[in-house]
Design a binder for this molecule. Sequence first.
Ligand code: FMN
Length: 215
Amino acid sequence: MQKDLGNYRKSYEKSALMEDSISNNPMQLFKTWFHEVEQSDGVDEPNAMTVSTIGLDGFPKSRVVLLKRFNHEGFIFYTNYTSEKGKAIAANPNICISFFWPNMERQVIIKGKAEKVAENLSDGYFESRPKGSQLGALVSNQSSVIASRDVLEQELKTLEATYKNKEVPRPDHWGGYLVRPISIEFWQGRPNRLHDRIRFTLQEDWDWKMERLAP
Ligand SMILES: Cc1cc2nc3c(=O)[nH]c(=O)nc-3n(C[C@H](O)[C@H](O)[C@H](O)COP(=O)(O)O)c2cc1C
């Protein structure tokens, strides 16, 4: 069985990324790009990002999660701390997150170190979630093998009854990670595969070094 995909070919022509017209602070540039994506048509979840970790088995693994906040410190997402990614991060906090916004012909690749956010931040975000999502976090021992879907549905029913008139407490195993970036690369598709790539690398004095990379 095979399928030849050699004819998938697209010229990227929407925009350009030039040193003299961008911020020299990558977090500021990320904010600008994110805003432009939000304003554009054709991206359902601009905050969906791929998170790659180095697993306990030595293999990298990538999965999509939702970015829930970013600021000058970094990028925050929420998950289960005992999931496969949680265990990977506990052993090796060096991770990579990336965004692909096809309608803008843009990609951003961020390398950084992940750390758990303060408990009160996780509490605040957990409280803001709909009750169904809160109970889902309680029910799911994320990444563990389960016998069937019924197991989840039954557990959810039990918990719905338990918390009918009560607030759902945030489980200890659920919370946020802050990814503090050490390098951020911006990629803008250009014609003839001569794409623009600008990489910012954090220096010892906390300044960012800006470099252009060959496409
Ligand atoms: C669009 C989308 C958004 C997702 N958002 C999250 C999220 O914010 N947090 C999360 O833990 N998993 C999220 N997931 C599920 C993850 O991709 C993944 O299945 C889960 O976190 C378990 O990953 P792990 O077993 O590698 O730890 C999302 C999946 C998709 C497709």
